[in-house]
Write a protein that binds this ligand. Structure first.
Ligand SMILES: C[S@@+](CC[C@H](N)C(=O)[O-])C[C@H]1O[C@@H](n2cnc3c(N)ncnc32)[C@H](O)[C@@H]1O
Length: 174
């Protein structure tokens, strides 16, 4: 997608491919009064597919003048995004702090984000996601060129809204 092929798009503007969004959302059951946040909605590929009344849906997007990292949100029940990968740690810390006690959080990421010496302390601090479906086939990002990394949805599903096995599993997209 970005650093793996040497090309980098400003602000990591890589919309999540629609089949990748739909595969995830096909496993999601929302409660009628859930509130939802998309921290960087970009081209709205996730935001527009969340089946809740508009007044229960919240968003940030730096290109629309709302910097997520500088904007406070009240607690939300469901937070789903594909963040700018260069800011994943900052985004995740903020999203976890804004998640309701029985909330559900899903972030798209490369599988190798789970490793790396530099993230050992980070993972010890925030705790691993309890569901990590690896996306099959590997998503292809517009303008991203070829990318040999595997991707997953990292899910902290305290509210048990995703019908996805705990631990590592596969999520097949069409
Ligand atoms: C990888 S794209 C994903 C967009 C969208 N979440 C999706 O799934 O299609 C990352 C998005 O983050 C936005 N962005 C970057 N830094 C941001 C920030 N500090 N606050 C809010 N949005 C930001 C970019 O403009 C871009 O639209």
């Amino acid at each position: 997608m970005s650093s793996t092929n040497g090309n980098k798009i400003e602000r990591d503007e890589y919309p999540t491919p629609i089949p990748t969004v739909e595969a995830l959302l096909s496993k999601l059951t929302l409660k009628h009064n859930d509130t939802f946040l998309e921290p960087c909605r970009g081209s709205r590929n996730i935001f527009d597919r969340i089946d809740l009344p508009e007044e229960q849906k919240f968003w940030a997007e730096i290109n629309e003048g709302v910097d997520y990292l500088n904007t406070s949100f009240s607690q939300k029940d469901v937070i789903i995004t594909n963040p700018p990968f260069s800011l994943t740690i900052e985004f995740l810390r903020k999203s976890l702090s804004e998640l309701a006690p029985n909330g559900t959080l899903a972030y798209l990421q490369r599988v190798n984000f789970l490793g790396s010496k530099c993230r050992v302390d980070f993972w010890a601090e925030i705790g691993f996601p309890n569901k990590t479906p690896v996306i099959i086939p590997r998503p292809r990002f517009v303008n991203g060129g070829s990318d040999s990394c595997e991707y997953m949805w990292m899910i902290w599903d305290k509210g048990n809204r995703f019908e996805i096995e705990r631990g590592i599993s596969h999520l097949i997209s069409k």
